[in-house]
Design a protein around this ligand. Structure first.
Ligand SMILES: Cc1cc2nc3c(=O)[nH]c(=O)nc-3n(C[C@H](O)[C@H](O)[C@H](O)COP(=O)(O)OP(=O)(O)OC[C@H]3O[C@@H](n4cnc5c(N)ncnc54)[C@H](O)[C@@H]3O)c2cc1C
Length: 544
């Protein structure tokens, strides 16, 4: 653990019964005739953060996710809770300071899912240690009281001892600094479930087809339940478009409705990760390579008992739902890793290869015809309010989801005249499952297991199959818990995002799929889409 981290107040009632997520009940609630204060479109980090913030402000909020929570970018990050070391070089100090503050807050709100992690940057050239070390000291200073631990200059010997997997020929020293790591998809679920507990109606597999208008103003959405192809309308005072790299879909239709030309806001950029066995990077510290051949940073991160290598930055204008790594991206990661790792991984060693799309905001978008651009922190996230009142939010990063949500709610309140309730819940309150006391010893660098459920472990213990482990810390009871309380509807929902097996070892995930499918059939009485998952697992297992 980092040094001096404390869990802030308001411990949840550890014994509170988890809220069931029966789909029939959720759909019945959604389709009741009523006017929502807020309808949020998109169930990634951004939309879920907004839904939680709105629920805590006492607003009547519904969130609709077309596929599954975090199925887009929000399950495919590098899993870092960070201030963004590389923004320092660009001079964005206030942004880094804000992200460092959010980093600390997130680690405190969900210590079972987000924890401090030591990073070491080995140095091989003269002057590197002083140059990068000064930057990392500044990073620590900017964190001020939110610091997770001191930045330290290491000798070659200490660097080698800290990083048992590092190439030691020519090693001159290193710099150690602190950031955080997390389980992104499980954190998204924690946001969804916390929002639901605080009154939001949150549902997956319901997509927004188009917007509804009254007197030229956005007045709701037309939605479709993907499971029954049922279409229904939701009236709302304000609609938030939080659809990540796909925000331009709703923006462009909104522009057409207003007979206004609208420029695209997002340029999607693909980032690839490769996962290898822990033997390639023993120990519990991460590696930072500050400058790769193409000028990026590369991370080697121990995570849930395996090791992540990544990432890349490749333009991906087609924005597919399930992007695949390109062979050149795999080459780039393996080549860079080979320069730093003692045991060099090859394609054969890759257990899972996956990609995510960053919603990068186009810099020329400020000249768009849309009104009300918020550019205060445009390098990070971007909020736009169209002339019809559609609020679009994109960009930013996982770490700052709460900061973004506060900013969105400011706009929503102003534009739609929404008033928070008299008694607003604190937005630094712990998320569902957060352990009540800071006695947390389990590290996210180690294998997955029941500890990822934090204070909810006791509920798992009471479900059938609590002692039956399928693999990688996944028990039969966890599959049942996913179906009953975590909105899971398919094998992929369980093996990709409730457990992270698909991301950690795709071949193993495929072998578990029939058993998971059988449990889901028992629990939900539906087709859990086994063969679709098997095909997906084959893709993740193949390293192009
Ligand atoms: C490779 C990579 C590494 C990253 N690493 C980090 C990191 O280490 N730390 C960090 O803090 N950040 C990181 N990020 C950034 C972070 O992951 C993203 O900023 C964040 O996940 C974006 O979340 P989002 O909710 O905006 O988008 P998404 O997660 O993509 O969510 C948008 C959702 O909208 C849904 N949707 C789309 N259309 C509709 C519709 N019509 N109706 C209903 N729903 C719809 C989609 O299904 C999707 O689930 C990384 C990003 C990438 C790509």
């Amino acid at each position: 653990m980092g040094e001096g981290l404390k869990v802030s107040g308001h411990p949840l009632e550890a014994s509170a019964l988890p809220l069931p997520t029966r789909r029939e009940d959720l759909l019945a609630r959604l389709t009741e005739p009523q006017v929502w204060d807020l309808v949020v479109v998109g169930g990634g980090a951004t939309g879920l953060g907004v839904a939680l913030q709105a629920a805590r402000e006492g607003l009547k909020v519904a969130l609709l996710e077309a596929r599954d929570f975090a199925q887009g970018t929000s399950s495919r990050s590098t899993k870092l809770v960070h201030g963004g070391v590389r923004y320092l070089a660009q001079g964005h100090w206030p942004l880094v300071r804000e992200a460092l503050h959010e980093r600390r807050g997130l680690l405190e709100r969900a210590p079972h899912l987000a924890q401090p992690l030591a990073f070491v940057m080995p140095t091989y050239r003269w002057g590197e240690q002083a140059f990068y070390g000064a930057g990392l000291k500044l990073y620590e200073c900017l964190a001020a009281s939110a610091s997770l631990g001191p930045t330290r200059f290491l000798s070659a010997q200490t660097t080698q001892a800290s990083l048992p997997g590092v190439r030691w020929e020519g090693l001159r020293g290193g710099v150690q600094y602190w950031d955080g790591q997390f389980d992104d998809a499980r954190l998204a679920l924690a946001l969804a479930r916390t929002a639901a507990r605080e009154g939001a109606c949150v549902i997956n597999r319901v997509s927004v087809q188009h917007l509804l208008y009254e007197n030229g103003r956005v007045a709701g959405v037309c939605a479709q339940d993907a499971e029954q192809s049922l279409t229904f309308e939701l009236k709302a005072a304000c609609v938030i478009n939080a659809t990540g790299v796909w925000v331009d879909g709703l923006r462009l239709t909104d522009g057409c409705q207003q007979e206004q030309g609208v420029d695209r806001l997002v340029t999607p950029s693909q980032g690839v990760h490769l996962v290898v066995d822990a033997s390639f990077w023993p120990g519990d510290k991460a590696l930072l390579v500050p400058k790769t051949a193409d000028g990026r940073v590369l991370f080697v991160v121990p995570w849930l008992g395996k090791v992540l290598l990544g990432t890349t930055d490749t333009a991906r204008p087609d924005a597919p739902i399930e992007p695949r790594p390109a062979s050149e991206e795999v080459d780039l990661i393996l080549k860079e890793a080979a320069g730093y790792l003692k045991k060099v991984p090859s394609r054969r060693d890759v257990l899972s290869a996956w990609a995510g799309l960053r919603p990068l905001v186009r810099t020329d978008a400020s000249s768009s015809a849309s009104a009300g651009l918020t550019r205060k922190i445009s390098r990070e996230h971007h909020i736009e309010v169209s002339s019809s009142g559609l609020v679009t939010v994109t960009g930013g990063k996982w770490t700052t989801y709460r900061f973004m949500a506060q900013d969105v709610m400011k706009q929503a309140r102003r534009k739609a005249g929404l008033k928070p309730a008299l008694r607003v819940l604190a937005n630094d309150a712990p998320l569902i499952g957060a352990p009540a006391a800071h006695e947390w010893r389990h590290q996210l660098t180690g294998p997955a297991g029941v500890h990822l459920y934090g204070a909810e472990q006791e509920w798992l213990g009471g479900l059938p199959g609590a002692q039956v482990e399928l693999a990688l810390g996944l028990t039969e009871a966890m599959v049942r818990f996913a179906a009953r309380y975590e909105y899971a509807r398919s094998v992929e929902d369980v093996l990709a995002r409730r457990s992270r097996c698909l991301f950690l070892d795709a071949t193993l995930a495929k072998s578990l799929a029939p058993k998971v499918a059988q449990i889901l059939r028992e629990e939900l009485g539906l087709d859990p889409q086994l063969s679709a998952f098997e095909a997906l697992a084959d893709q993740y297992a193949q390293c192009p």
